[in-house]
Design a binder for this molecule. Structure first.
Ligand code: C2E
Ligand code: MG
Ligand code: MG
Ligand code: MG
Length: 280
């Protein structure tokens, strides 16, 4: 049906106050063909151990190069894909792609953990545990090299089912991270009940840690919580040396953000791994 959309697709785009944007329905149609046309790509943002300076892993982030609009932000199309249910299909592609890439880094001599974002419907409507098992096997990727990033809202829905899925993933050896930690409305008791390995501090808390006492307090508390529960902690959106200095002082283990690297292609990650290896 890619053909049916053909050259007329431009008409589907509507304007809004931000300039050009896709209409909801048409963005959904566009997304369906985007996969067939290879318009979706993954980029990988390196994460760094703050103390050793080594790469700790990468986060896979999806990109949509729409031929006429250029880059459409995942912040715009993931929520739509989620609403329409298309996310289950797209999410499967993303998982496969990320694991195949991690297998390539491994084959090149660099075992590198890849974190994949999972959306609510992918978690609750799809058969995530079986999918992950199948993809790991297909890609011959050791489970500990895959991390799944879940939001608090995912964990708070249908807690019994959530626990069952997480227990299966955990038993396989897959790592579980909570993304955007602190921004959801969840109770802390789930941290005790669920097999969580990593807390990712949302970038909204990190942004002003150089000078906002409230943000400093919140970030310190999250780091302390992670340490006490023996979880890893990753600060997101680290852009400045001042932010890094604070995180280092508070013993935050891992950072991710433009200060270390923007999201880059899979080959660029390999280049970084090689450079790091030479420097060591
Ligand atoms: P997220 O998972 O919290 O991803 C972090 C976002 O912060 C990414 O934006 C990343 O590019 C951006 N970022 C990283 N470092 C910095 C920094 O130093 N400063 C600033 N200002 N931003 C930084 P991106 O790639 O646009 O993704 C936005 C959101 O879209 C993600 O938030 C995630 O919720 C969703 N998303 C992205 N890729 C996927 C995917 O493959 N699957 C699913 N389900 N969701 C995805
Ligand atoms: Mg994430
Ligand atoms: Mg995040
Ligand atoms: Mg975020």
């Amino acid at each position: 049906h890619a053909k049916a959309l053909g050259g007329g697709r431009f008409e589907f785009f509507t304007h809004d106050r931000h300039g050009m944007a896709l209409g909801r329905l048409h963005m959904e149609i566009g997304l369906r063909v985007a996969m067939e046309r290879n318009e979706l790509k993954l980029v990988y943002q390196p994460q760094r151990h703050i103390f050793s300076g080594e790469m700790a892993g990468v986060e896979a982030l999806v990109r949509w190069h729409e031929p006429r609009l250029g880059m459409v932000s995942p912040g715009d199309f993931i929520p739509l894909a989620e609403e329409s249910g298309l996310i289950v299909l797209i999410g499967e592609w993303i998982l496969r792609q990320a694991c195949a890439q991690a297998q390539q880094w491994l084959a090149a001599g660099f075992p590198t953990r890849v974190a994949v974002n999972v959306s609510p419907r992918q978690f609750h409507d799809g058969d995530l545990a079986n999918l992950v098992a199948a993809v790991l096997q297909e890609c011959r990727l050791p489970a500990h090299l895959l991390e799944l990033e879940l939001t608090e809202s995912i964990l708070m829905q249908n807690i019994e089912q959530t626990l069952a899925i997480l227990d299966r993933l955990h038993a396989m050896g897959v790592k579980i991270a909570i993304d955007d930690f602190g921004t959801g409305y969840s109770s802390l008791s789930y941290l005790k009940r669920l097999p969580i390995d990593v807390l990712k501090i949302d970038q909204s808390f990190v942004r002003d840690i150089a000078d906002d006492p409230d943000d400093r307090a919140i970030v310190s508390a999250i780091i302390g919580l992670a340490h006490s529960l023996q979880m890893d902690v990753i600060a997101e959106g680290v852009e400045t040396e001042a932010q890094l200095a604070f995180l280092r002082e508070r013993q935050c283990g891992i950072m991710q953000g433009y200060l270390f690297s923007r999201p880059v292609g899979g080959d660029e990650v390999l280049r970084l791994l090689r450079t790091q290896c030479l420097a060591a």
